[in-house]
Structure formats: C-alpha cells, structure tokens
Design a binder for this molecule. Structure first.
Ligand code: SF4
Ligand code: SF4
Length: 148
C-alpha cells in the first residue's frame, strides 16, 4: 500500500482508524453488523436457553453493545474530529503542515492531552515510524489488533 492510501488508515497520532471500534469503515463495525444479522431474532431463544445456560441472561446487554458497535459512525481522524475528548493532534499537525507527529520538529511535545497509556503508545508509534518509515511501519503493524 502506498503512502497516500496509508494516510486513509493511520491518523496523525499513528493509530489505525480502520481498526477502531468507532470507525464507520472498520472491520469491527462490519463484523458487528454481520453478527447482528446472523443472530436475527435470537432474543427469544436467549431467554429459553438461559434456563440451562445462565450465560444467556446477559444477552440483552450483549445485543445492546453489538448494536452500538454496528452503528459506529466516525469517518476517521483525517475525515473529521476524533472521538477522543479534546485531542489536539489533528489541528496541530495541520498547523505544522505534517502528516504525523514524528515529522514535527517538536516531537515528542507536551501539548498532547492523552492519558499516560495513550501518550506512551503515541511516542512508541511515532518513534517507530521515524525509524523505519511509514510504509514499513504500516506493514509491520497491519495484522496487529488496535487494542493491545
Ligand atoms: S478518528 Fe478517533 S474515534 Fe474516529 S476512527 Fe480514528 S481513532 Fe477512532
Ligand atoms: S506540536 Fe506536538 S501534537 Fe503538534 S504536531 Fe508537533 S508533535 Fe504533534
């Protein structure tokens, strides 16, 4: 995959929007829609099954969560604003005229408002992209889950 196409996946912070559970074009949404279709009217069955398999008592909560995932509607970081509250990275990278934070002379800056885990991940992703390049980084991480 070429650089321009990779930009449709990787946000300026380095996270892969297509792997995000909020993404309207991601696999999590796509598979959730499919599971919801396959389960059809399972509600009635879940109630009956719960008499001998107690785990099915949690089916209504599972169905609600599945509907939430199936309704994911974020167009991705480069297509709008991230759902992460108060993230400055999209606007800041635009101002700095870079595609990713590692391309900015101030990286790693103290402006980001990430929690400590995400900040660590942001530094790690961008340092790695700086080391091996965006295309190689995308290949290296393409089969890894987003949430790790
Ligand atoms: S912009 Fe943020 S919330 Fe939207 S898909 Fe990308 S990472 Fe997920
Ligand atoms: S100042 Fe910080 S947040 Fe803004 S582009 Fe540079 S590294 Fe990213």
């Amino acid at each position: 995959m070429g650089y321009e196409e990779i930009l449709e996946h990787l946000a300026p912070c380095g996270l892969d929007c297509r792997k995000c559970l909020a993404s309207s074009s991601g696999e999590i949404r796509e598979l959730s829609v499919r599971i919801r279709e396959l389960l059809g009217s399972f509600d009635r069955y879940a109630e009956r099954f719960s008499a001998f398999q107690p785990v099915f008592r949690g089916y209504p909560q599972f169905r609600d969560l599945l509907s939430h995932l199936a309704g994911a509607d974020c167009p991705g970081c480069r297509g709008g604003a991230c759902r992460y509250p108060g993230c400055i990275v999209p606007a800041c990278t635009r101002d700095k005229e870079v595609d990713f934070c590692f391309q900015c002379s101030e990286f790693p800056c103290d402006r980001v408002t990430f929690d400590p885990d995400l900040r660590h991940r942001w530094e790690e992703m961008n340092s790695r992209m700086g080391e091996i390049g965006v295309e190689a980084y995308f290949q290296e991480t393409r089969d890894l889950p987003r949430y790790r």
